[in-house]
Design a protein around this ligand. Structure first.
Ligand code: HAM
Length: 413
């Protein structure tokens, strides 16, 4: 019987895993300098954690969640995103009581039943960051700065950071009415989903990717013209601070995002080169979510990077794959044992060494080549007896005689 991975999932093999590690460790390093600490939450939650926060009428809740009833008759959902579980965990663990202003990051798999295509999977991975307890727009600017620093460190260029404000529950109803009025005469031309959204959640029409809807949107009201004074001032300070910090951005008034918990600032980082699925990171403020989850009044902002999309951008700029410092080819039993001791001394001190074990010298050297070993040491009975062997630099092809007792030390600094 032959098995295949589940549709929409991917196996991640070397050398791609090297790029994943590089991305994860670079992100963790940058986040640390901004005061973020790691949080790990389960991959499954009670279904309501998502339906209540992301929104009953969102695409994710309506058609993309992996929801099942467990053997105890509970409705459980594989997390489609990380923000709601993080908020649930922080409220449940009373973190906001002691640390009202705190910052967290996370990495891990998310699950959405979407139509798989390049850059879109059913199991995908996010690296996310969430900051709590500060409603000052200068924090929003810092979050975007952190993203820019990370993208710069990774050597990624030509990314567009698009920002918007979608206001607050006080001013959004006015915008909602304006959108409804605008589309009232255009209803016939909208896609079936948007016809439904017109009744349930008209702002989402602004985010629809169907070409007919995109066309009909031309001239639609801008959310930025409908913000109340406090939200408008918040957005102004954000754009002023970004300019002050030298963070490049574009204001995109149609950026409404597909999750219901957002308030005020929303943003997306887009890579033109990625085609249809071009958002590599996205996020925004969610000032009401902690309270909705039963926690204290705690404003918040965060984002998540799509790891698969980042990795495909990184494929060209990532550092070269690691190579063993030394490959030891061994001919005969005493030589194989000697090779093992040299290799284990090196490994204990953190240096990558490989052994040939047995087989012809030719096949062992083929393996050394395949692995890209920088040096090789060839040990046979004679070398064991004399205590000396040839060390070969695989790049320059130079050879030198080296004492077997010194061989390991040579690679240790
Ligand atoms: P999101 O926009 O749904 O936001 O997802 C964030 C990123 O995850 C996207 O920009 C994309 O790169 C990646 N992504 C989403 N779905 C897929 C998929 N099916 N396949 C591959 N990559 C995907 C959130 O999830 C929010 N929780 C972000 C956030 C954090 N907002 C505040 N804090």
């Amino acid at each position: 019987m032959k098995y295949k991975g589940v549709k929409g999932t991917r196996d991640i093999l070397p050398p791609e895993t090297d790029i994943w590690r590089h991305l994860e460790s670079t992100a963790a390093g940058v986040f640390q300098t901004f005061g973020f600490r790691e949080i790990r939450v389960p991959v499954m939650e009670e279904t309501q954690v998502f339906t209540r926060s992301i929104g009953e009428t969102s695409d994710i809740v309506e058609k993309e969640m992996y929801t099942f009833t467990d053997r105890g008759n509970r409705s459980v959902t594989l997390r489609p995103e990380g923000t709601a579980p993080v908020v649930r965990a922080l409220v449940q663990n009373g973190v906001f009581v002691e640390h009202p202003a705190s910052k967290f990051f996370y990495m891990g798999p998310m699950f959405r039943y979407e139509r798989p295509q390049a850059g879109r999977y059913r199991q995908f991975h996010q690296i996310g960051a969430e900051a709590f307890g500060i409603d000052d727009p200068r924090l929003d600017a810092e979050i975007l700065l952190m993203l820019t620093v990370l993208l710069d460190k990774l050597g990624l260029k030509n990314l567009d950071c698009q920002i918007n404000s979608i206001g607050c529950p006080q001013c959004r109803p006015r915008f909602r009415e304006a959108v409804k009025a605008f589309f009232a005469e255009r209803l016939d031309g909208l896609c079936a989903d948007c016809k439904r959204r017109y009744e349930t959640n008209p702002l989402r029409i602004m985010d629809c990717k169907v070409p007919a809807c995109v066309e009909l949107r031309a001239g639609a009201p801008s959310v930025l013209d409908h913000l109340d004074e406090a939200c408008a001032a918040h957005f102004r300070t954000l754009t002023d601070t970004l300019a002050h910090l030298g963070v490049p951005f574009t204001v995109k008034p149609t950026l409404v995002r597909g999750l219901d918990y957002y308030t005020r600032t929303t943003f997306e980082v887009v890579a033109g080169s990625l085609g249809a699925q071009n958002a590599v990171a996205a996020g925004g403020r969610y000032d009401k979510l902690v309270e909705e989850f039963g926690g204290p009044k705690t404003p918040a902002i965060g984002f998540a990077l799509g790891v698969e999309r980042m990795v495909s951008l990184l494929a060209e700029t990532a550092p070269p794959a690691p190579r063993p410092a030394l490959f030891i080819a061994a001919l005969g039993e005493p030589a194989a044992l000697r090779a093992l001791s040299i290799a284990s001394a090196l490994r204990k001190s953190g240096v990558w060494a490989e052994c040939g074990y047995s087989g012809s010298l030719k096949s062992q050297m083929r393996r050394a080549d395949k692995l890209g070993a920088r040096f090789t040491l060839i040990i046979g009975d004679e070398e064991v007896a004399s205590g000396f062997a040839q060390l070969r630099n695989m790049e320059t092809k130079e050879q030198e005689l080296i004492g077997l007792d010194e061989a390991a030390k040579r690679f240790m600094d």
